[in-house]
Design a protein around this ligand. Structure first.
Ligand code: PGA
Length: 241
């Protein structure tokens, strides 16, 4: 595992964008696994700039998002569909058909999860999976206690996660109680993983995940068993290392 501790959020974002850019330059039809949240917004800004300066090209890139809320209209301001359009897809030359995000309002959710998982392998699997980490150690919506063997599925969100996510909603009661997420197994099958964390509130979770025992109580700790992980932290998230 390669761990890079940067001086601040902007440096973390630049370093992350450089890693993604290198992946795209090395393989123009890379399959990327993408996260949402506050952590990757700076990385997306950097990637948009690199694209707009024609240093990278998204036209052949394929993307699969990690997760989405269950039951939230896709154009809801809190949805991950909306987030991805606003932060990345509306600003780069990616093809519409190359974008994949779980459909949280699909009629048959079980079928949607199965289809999503299959679609990933139809494209040859994920080349680079980018991840954030929750203060409780979750990756995607795989909350503490999640089974390592799970693939894409409908899950219940922890109260802690719902409270944190309420910053994206007008009213905390609007935060969905469930989400669709790639499973730990889906994530672990990616060829390479890039984990990002910034800020003091991530210091404990990051240290437990990367230096503590591999345990279901800290879902991100499974990454210690993945052969190709790069971790990019800012100084605060790396302060307990
Ligand atoms: P954040 O969320 O980037 O908004 O901190 C990360 C996560 O909960 O996985």
């Amino acid at each position: 595992m390669r761990v890079v501790v940067t001086n601040n959020y902007q440096e973390m974002s630049r370093e992350a964008a450089r890693i993604v850019a290198r992946q795209i330059l090395a393989k123009e039809d890379s399959v990327l696994g993408l996260p949402t949240g506050d952590t990757p917004t700076g990385m997306y800004e950097e990637l948009v700039q690199l694209d707009n300066r024609r240093l990278i090209d998204f036209s052949k890139v394929i993307t699969f998002n990690l997760d989405e809320y269950y039951g939230l209209p896709l154009d809801h301001p809190g949805s991950y569909h909306r987030y991805m359009r606003e932060k990345l897809f509306d600003h780069v030359n990616i093809q519409e058909g190359s974008i994949h995000i779980p459909d949280g309002v699909a009629k048959d959710i079980e079928e949607e999860c199965r289809r999503y998982e299959e679609e990933i392998y139809r494209y040859g699997g994920i080349d680079l999976q980018i991840l954030g980490i929750g203060p409780n150690g979750h990756i995607g919506f795989n909350e503490p206690g999640s089974d390592w063997e799970m693939t894409t599925r409908l899950v219940k969100l922890s109260e802690e996660t719902r409270r944190r996510e309420s910053r994206y909603f007008r009213d905390p009661t609007e935060v969905p109680t469930q989400g669709i997420t790639m499973g730990i197994k889906t994530i672990m099958k990616a060829r390479k993983i890039l984990l990002l964390a910034s800020g003091k509130e991530k210091a404990k979770a990051t240290t437990k995940a990367l230096k503590g025992p591999v345990t279901k109580k800290v879902p991100a700790s499974i990454l210690q068993l993945h052969p190709m992980v790069t971790v990019v932290l800012d100084k605060e998230a790396g302060s307990l290392f």
